[in-house]
Design a protein around this ligand. Sequence first.
Ligand SMILES: Cc1cc2nc3c(=O)[nH]c(=O)nc-3n(C[C@H](O)[C@H](O)[C@H](O)COP(=O)(O)O)c2cc1C
Length: 149
Amino acid sequence: MKTIVICFSAEQGKTRKIAEALSRGIGADLFEIRPEQPYTPAELRWINPFARCNTEKRKKADVPVVGKVENWDEYDTVYLGFPIWYYAAPNVVCTFCKGYDWSGKTVHIFATSGSSGIGKTAEKLEPYVKGAVIADAKRVTSAEEIGAF
Ligand SMILES: Cc1cc2nc3c(=O)[nH]c(=O)nc-3n(C[C@H](O)[C@H](O)[C@H](O)COP(=O)(O)O)c2cc1C
């Protein structure tokens, strides 16, 4: 069985850089979650109550994703990385997760943030990865901190 690193990254590519280093470090495939409609900087300005990020959050909106992971069934271990938005995974990560059967997978969550700790991020994501075991969830600033290599 195989391992895949899956990441979403929006603002400065912080999470993507960590995901890339992780996938290189452990020799795993990499898939980037990209929204069909990419976020502009203005859409991410959470201090504006009408910014896209805030309206999506309020409406619990699904955010459609470009493409699919090929041969999903071949993976038994998933490293899932994203920036913490509002103390949780961004909606687009939840939409991505809904599109797959997670049974039997082991999931390692890693997240970047401005300052928040991991908090209840994993618990909030659990309903979207039903059947998987979330082995750990860490807020990190580097791939090394994930502890996979
Ligand atoms: C809509 C939105 C909500 C955010 N919410 C939080 C938060 O609750 N706590 C926090 O510490 N940082 C928060 N941030 C900051 C991001 O988590 C942080 O900048 C992240 O490392 C960016 O990663 P990226 O460059 O991969 O997108 C938020 C950023 C955005 C755009």
